[in-house]
Write a protein that binds this ligand. Sequence first.
Ligand SMILES: [Zn+2]
Length: 507
Amino acid sequence: MTDEKVARPRRWRHRAFALALAGALHGCTQEAPADKEQAISQEDRAYGAEQHRQLLAELGGAYEGGQGAYLRAVGERIASGAGLGEQCTFTLVNSDVVNAFAVPGCFIYVTRGLLAVVGNEAELASVLGHEVGHIAARHAQRQERGSLWRTLGVIAVSLTGSERLTEFAGRAAQYFGLRYSRTQEYEADDLAVAYLRKAGYDLYAAAEMLEALHRQEAFMNATRNQDAARSLPEWTSSHPLTQKRIARAHDKARASGLKDDALPEKAEAYLEQVDGLLFGDDPQQGFVLGRRFAHPAMRISFEAPTGFSLANSPQAVRLIGPEGVSGEFGGGRLPSGGLRNYAQAVADAVMGDAPAVVRKETTTQINGMPALVLEMAVRVQDGTLPLLIAAYDGGGGEAYHFIMMSPPSNPQAAALEALIKSFRRLSPAQAAALRPRYLQTLVARREDTLDDFVRRTADPSPRALFVLLNPDYEGGAPKSGDRVKIVTYHPKSLVRERGASSHSASF
Ligand SMILES: [Zn+2]
């Protein structure tokens, strides 16, 4: 199961989600970028470096291998164009969510999910240019602390008095809570076009990339299961995307006097690089299938009740339910004291010093596993909040748990009971059926039809996905010699010898 290119995520462990908010709390207003050589301040650099490790762990870790080095190389060309040569850190994140973001100190993150949507090196450079633009223009620092906290909903510090508990309840999926203004987006788009020119890339790639992200948003809306809300927001939620932005980026390129493709797009080089990139869920982190979570390496699964959404990270699976219910699923070693000690450690890690009492303790068997269910009450200023912990002895010294917090009325008590009862072990055959998918690039032959490529695209919506990955072929088949992207179950190059066998994808 281990793909050597994938950095193995750290073992799940309990911890409070002391998350960085991408510099949003790092307040200081500075002037707009000058055209001269810029410098990242020591203070910003130290701030970004401090967030880096924790951020990466939260988001899925770094995706190692050729694509990470390629991203850094393209990023460095852009950073140089921005007057920030050797001052930025570019990281490829092992997540299938389509996103890119910037943290003060010029730490730039791009997900492998975004790489799948990108069509050529110039488009990738434009995304990096946009993010570097937010840094150069110091947009994150201009976000107001107050407005950010307001987006953090859920159970507020004022209610619980415990900052750690609040983080646990609410910050998780709010990670990209930083939302840029329209003016800031325009400014970053304009800077991206300027950096493309300095780095020698086709200027029209900026508008084309925005179009690709727009198509990706439409694809997600058309194909996603209503219940399967995505873990983390996509790029378009932190960088509001409008038709006007696309038109502006195009006008900006035209205003340069250069024609489309006057500078190189580098499509060939790009498609070479992304051949073999992991696509979709990473088996080392588990698969989110609608409301179901399954981990083939650990051979476990559970199903969240209707209305809940799942957010997978290497440390834990976060569950966000209706009516303010939230919590997480995780695992660890079973201590010598057994499930009671394990459950206590889970509670301590999340609550810290917040006062809590056990109201009911039930020792039981769930789907053949010894389990302990603790119904607790956490004291807050105006009363108590229900906290539910279920711990399972998974055998072989492994333990798993849910920890779920609810508002005082405990509106989802029945749903939480169903959740706890849904946890089970997978058979070896069930685990083996959960396979990773890969991006693969193919060279079209004269006889290939669009349907041939669609048939080979492993996805519940193969045609929509193929067209998303290869927008040039919405209307017809690729020409002989064109390179296209498909998604397969086969790691790199198995299908190179095309025609030798048919790898029609069944999903
Ligand atoms: Zn932006």
